[in-house]
Design a protein around this ligand. Structure first.
Ligand code: HEM
Length: 591
């Protein structure tokens, strides 16, 4: 006889306390084994796990150990923090996963911090040109407006975060405001020499409170998907449950460009997250059936997996809808450059030095100054070769940080873990992105990855007598493959194609970086070189991205070399993710 719902509930409850794995975000037996990559010194993945502060970290003595990080041991030590998720139960709320809004917080995002933090809000408002298109700070331009604003940030007081501690929505807003300020500061900066050879110093007024807020949310000190999407969206009716038909998400609180295109770009992801709520509840119901695993459960599971496929297709269609409100050229030339992280110059990125933070002040600053000196000496002495530099190299925001897509992968046992030691940045990308999610969402994925009755094992065990179950499982994976193919179409349209087209005069007027003055020269060795003909420093700054484009064209390697926000060789990487999805299929897969 089937147990009653109450019995099932009681069993589930017991089950929930038996999930043991706290030794790693994803235990070694799970599909998401931590990649064995060699991390450069100071890499955030090499730092200790999330700092567990019972109270607010000091605003003047934070150290880099405060940065939520992780890695070989990726378990965030959140228990001691009063904002930490309670992972001792399966209750979704403990993971900040809401039954109505999924990974989006149910409580409306705070639109403005309390009066004590007015200076931050006003700095953000000023950077955005008071919400008027074209009036905000410009990219990589050392104009008077930018200089005045940056000086204001450098002289801004270092505010304590104590007053934010009692409110999770305010802490989220603080992370959002500070990281938008951070990106405005960095990308309105003249970044000479190109690429920078010394870390870009981040003023203490941003870095100290940011590094204090980060561990409380389990986020790194950089703009993340949580900031641009999860904490940044409002539905029409703030205090009612969001819904596609009755109460859709319509507003992005903060953008860099004040364009509706940027808002639509963020809101597309918000809508994906909202569409994912049904997928999450069906995953949960499926796991309940997997626990029972009797004949009726297997029949139900078959239906659930087919339903899940339809839901995944819906999410894929929403991704395609980004085209109905976000112009690809505006996205590529005006919006996307603001997202670049401290790692955006590839392995040789100088990164960002967070000032005012104990170990950064002394070490990063002196090493920066030292390197400036050494760079010129060694340039002469060693033919231009420069010593390695110290800096924090975090990646810019990416929807690859969406816990929803990761949850689908984990649930269906799609393995994105690098297959061998010495993984490239691309191969370890999906795992790295876990550390850019709020800690409770990481914990949720950990939980999902360690359920004692994974769907795949159940389907495999019943494959002989349940062909419809196998077909349904593969059907869900096919849908996830289709989602990734739709996403690849979007990435091609918004990045690959745009990288080949210089911005129009209209876009340049709006703040896009104009095409470079550059020409190709053939050197003595027969090699072709792209040579800048810039006449001023600001032209050199503006030319950076376009020169890379010209170099790529010279190499005739086409799309493969265009890099995504997270520094990935884009198309190759996206194909790899799609192939991993297909590889998980039971019929025609590779596992
Ligand atoms: C104009 C819209 C979009 C563009 C141009 C775009 C671009 C990119 C790029 C360049 C990457 C490579 C990683 C990186 O460098 O960040 C990426 C990865 C990814 N994006 Fe998007 N994206 C878009 C919309 C979305 C949306 C709406 C979602 C769903 C929430 C999404 C989900 C993902 C995921 C999950 C990855 C990791 C790779 C994978 O799982 O296949 N993207 N995207």
């Amino acid at each position: 006889m089937r147990p009653t719902t109450t019995q099932q509930g009681a069993q589930r409850k017991r089950l929930s306390f038996s999930y043991p794995s706290r030794n790693g975000l994803f235990a070694a037996t799970t599909p998401f084994t931590a990649p064995a990559i060699t991390l450069p010194p100071g890499h955030f993945l090499a730092l200790p796990p999330t700092h567990a502060a019972p109270s607010a970290p000091s605003t003047t003595t934070s150290t880099h150990a405060d940065i939520p990080t992780s890695a070989q041991t990726v378990t965030p030590n959140l228990a001691a923090s009063n904002l930490a998720p309670n992972t001792s139960t399966t209750a979704s709320a403990d993971f900040e996963v809401d039954v109505r809004t999924g990974f989006l917080p149910f409580d409306a995002a705070v639109e403005r911090l309390p009066a004590e933090y007015t200076v931050w809000e006003e700095a953000l408002w000023a950077a955005r040109g008071e919400g008027v298109v074209g009036q905000g700070l410009a990219l990589g331009v050392d104009g008077l407006k930018e200089q005045v604003w940056r000086k204001g940030i450098e002289e801004m007081p270092v505010l304590p975060i104590q007053s934010l501690l009692s409110s999770l929505p305010e802490l989220r807003r603080a992370h959002l405001v500070l990281t938008y300020l951070l990106h405005f500061y960095v990308h309105s900066h003249p970044t000479l020499p190109i690429p920078r050879t010394t870390p870009l110093p981040i003023p203490a007024s941003i870095s100290v409170p940011l590094l204090a807020v980060c561990p409380l949310l389990g986020l790194p000190p950089i703009l993340t998907y949580a900031d641009t999407v999860l904490y940044n969206s409002h539905p029409v009716h703030l205090h009612a449950a969001p819904s596609f038909e009755r109460n859709p998400y319509v507003k992005s609180l903060v953008t860099f460009t004040n364009t509706s295109d940027e808002a639509h770009f963020y809101l597309t992801s918000t809508r994906c997250e909202l569409a994912g709520v049904n997928a999450l509840s069906i995953m949960r119901a499926s796991l309940d059936e997997a626990f029972m695993a009797d004949s009726l459960s297997l029949t139900r599971l078959t239906g659930y997996l087919n339903d899940l496929a339809a839901m995944i297709d819906h999410i894929g269609d929403i991704i395609l809808d980004v085209r109905n409100g976000c112009d690809p050229a505006i996205f590529y030339h005006l919006v996307r450059p603001w997202f670049k992280g401290g790692d955006s110059d590839g392995p040789n990125s100088a990164g960002w030095a967070f000032l005012g933070v104990q170990d950064a002040t002394a070490a990063d600053l002196s090493s920066a100054a030292e390197h400036e000196a050494q760079a010129s000496t060694s340039t002469q002495a060693a033919g231009g070769e420069q010593p390695p530099l110290k800096g924090r190299k975090f990646s810019g925001p990416s929807a690859g940080q969406s816990s929803l897509i990761h949850a689908l992968d984990v649930f269906l046992t799609v393995d994105h873990a690098p297959k061998q030691p010495g993984a490239t940045a691309e191969e370890s990308f999906m795992i790295r992105m876990l550390m850019y999610m709020p800690a409770p969402h990481r914990a949720f994925l950990q939980h999902l990855a360690t359920v004692p009755h994974p769907i795949r094992s159940l389907v495999t065990a019943n494959a002989g007598k349940r062909p419809a179950l196998v077909a349904a499982y593969d059907n869900a994976l096919e849908a996830l493959k289709r989602l990734r193919e739709k996403h690849m179409r979007i990435a091609t349209l918004y990045i690959i194609q745009q990288a080949r087209r210089p911005p129009t005069a209209e876009l340049i007027k709006m703040g896009a970086i104009p095409p470079p003055v550059a020409e190709t020269q053939v050197a003595k060795d027969g090699q072709k070189h792209v040579v800048l003909q810039a006449t001023s420093l600001s032209e050199i700054i503006r030319d950076e991205e376009q020169v890379l484009r010209l170099q790529r064209e010279e190499q005739e390697e086409g799309d493969e070399e265009v890099r995504g926000t997270g520094g990935t060789a884009l198309i190759k990487f996206l194909k790899m993710c799609r192939d991993n999805t297909v590889g998980a299929k039971l019929v025609g897969g590779r596992q």
